[in-house]
Write a protein that binds this ligand. Structure first.
Ligand code: BG6
Length: 482
């Protein structure tokens, strides 16, 4: 790999994301040679840490993510880290930050390249972006802004944030991170769909009955109750991760595999996204909250959660597009906390065909994204003994050697930021459409709240509220994964 010179400023350098994801990912890229001698990282946060303390934290983060790490390499890597205590609202701190960035640029010959990484509470994103602008923090080389989710709270606040960001960064230099776009099986969707004639020619409403995206989590909100209660499953998971998966499943084939063509294909699809009415929401969408279980309090009893909260920890719904290869095909999703297991999977349910053998169960093409990485296709064959048919499975999975080589999502995406490839990041045109959809559901739910209709409840360890079994347009359809 080529060595990329850069000074990277991480806002939120003492935070959990930096510790668990960013430092280990950067270390792996360092070991692979993408960043080498000509880089420096400035961690900023409010806490009064020293450079040495941050370096110790970086080494600890590496050791926690990989017990076989090379101690000497980790120490060399950590020596490139600097800490600046920073109050994001204080102009003087940006002046100091600019000076430190310039000094480090000179020391490490970073050629004026800057990456600004917003890894802190989203309410500060706008303030940071405007001060990067008014205090002229951008360097003389490339300047890239990385924004964690959530990007806004609804369409209006996302538009406002975007406007501020545009003051300093062109759209092509804004990297809105969605770590699901760094997952191997999510990246496998397009080649899987378009390169095999059998799959490709079946990717239409004549063959596909519906698609089901399931993102289950076995844990509750834990210590994140404060954030989660202002967000809910719809904003936390559907607005970004689930919608990106759905977009990849439904978009027209990009003309070429360039970032521009892929984003254009996504935009063409999303411009035809059907925005649900209140009636649609009542019929095809469900929200739920988990009850108390053996090992967990009820959502309403979690720390920092309003005991009267209507925030959903589970949601299921339906997405449809007017254009694209599967226009009109219902795409169902469901996601929640405290569910039966941690799993992300896509089930593509095929239509049942009239045939001389009689009715069989619908055949399904399944892509398991997590925890295993598999593709499973059900087919029908004759029973070996006796008469009649049986369902058989065609299965693809990776060898252990290949699994070991698959980088973590963050490593893959930070690599892309360093080399300037924004293919697997959320473009503003996509985000805007996602928010329109989410806003429509939130508006309908808030009407329902006024009518005294609360979210359903569900048992921990289940698949969510029973009402989620009735969201299908076709009453004989059902969740494949149960
Ligand atoms: C995050 C959400 O974006 O994704 C979390 O904020 C969620 O609530 C997480 O737990 C799930 O990611 P993954 O990769 O573990 O499926």
């Amino acid at each position: 790999m080529n060595n990329i010179p850069v000074v990277m400023i991480i806002f939120g350098g003492s935070g959990d994301l930096a510790h668990r994801k960013l430092y280990p990912a950067l270390f792996n890229l360092y070991e692979k040679g993408l960043i080498k001698d000509n880089f420096a990282v400035i961690g900023t946060a409010r806490r009064p840490w020293s450079h040495e303390y941050l370096r110790g934290q970086v080494v600890q983060a590496i050791s926690e993510s990989n017990e076989h790490y090379d101690e000497q390499a980790a120490a060399n890597f950590a020596s490139h880290f600097y800490y600046q205590s920073h109050d994001v609202t204080d102009i003087d701190h940006y002046i100091a930050l600019k000076k430190l960035a310039e000094d480090l640029d000179e020391k490490y010959h970073a050629q004026g390249n800057r990456i600004f990484y917003m890894a802190m509470a989203p309410r500060f994103f706008g303030t940071i972006a405007s001060h990067i602008n008014d205090q002229h923090l951008v360097g003389s080389g490339f300047n890239r802004l990385v924004v964690e989710k959530p990007f806004g709270h609804d369409l209006a606040s996302a538009e406002e944030l975007n406007k501020i960001i545009q003051g300093s960064f062109d759209e092509e230099n804004v990297y809105r991170i969605d770590h699901y776009l760094g997952k191997e099986m999510v990246l496998d969707i397009t080649p899987f769909r378009v390169t095999n004639p059998l799959v490709r020619n079946s990717w239409n409403a004549e063959v596909i009955q519906n698609i089901q995206v399931t993102v289950g989590e076995s844990l509750g909100v834990g210590t994140r109750g404060g954030y989660y209660d202002t967000s809910g499953a719809l904003r936390d998971m559907v607005q970004n991760h689930i919608f990106q998966i759905i977009t990849l499943l439904a978009m027209p084939e990009p003309k070429k595999l360039t970032s521009q063509d892929i984003h254009q294909a996504k935009k063409d699809l999303l411009d035809s996204l059907e925005i649900p009415t209140k009636k649609d929401v009542e019929e095809h969408f469900v929200r739920g909250q988990y009850e108390a279980g053996k090992d967990n309090p009820a959502y309403l009893e979690e720390d920092q959660v309003d005991p009267n909260s209507n925030t959903e920890t589970y949601t299921a719904g339906m997405v449809k597009f007017k254009r694209g290869p599967i226009a009109g095909v219902p795409i169902y999703y469901r996601t929640g906390k405290e569910l039966k297991e941690k799993v992300t999977r896509i089930d593509i349910v095929l239509k049942q065909v009239e045939n001389s053998y009689g009715t069989t169960e619908p055949n399904v093409l399944t892509i398991i994204v997590d925890p295993s990485k598999e593709i499973i296709f059900t087919i029908n064959g004759k029973k070996v003994s006796g008469s009649g048919l049986r369902e058989e499975l065609l299965k693809f999975n990776y060898s252990q050697a290949e699994l070991d080589k698959i980088p973590d999502g963050y490593e893959r995406l930070i690599h892309d930021i360093l080399v300037g490839d924004n293919t697997n990041f959320t473009h503003w045109a996509e985000l805007k459409q996602y928010w329109k959809f989410i806003d429509a559901i939130e508006a309908a739910w808030s009407e329902l709240n006024k009518e005294g209709k609360k979210p359903a409840t569900y048992k921990p360890g289940s698949f969510g509220p029973a009402s989620a079994n009735n969201i299908f347009e076709n009453p004989t359809d059902k969740w494949i994964y149960r």
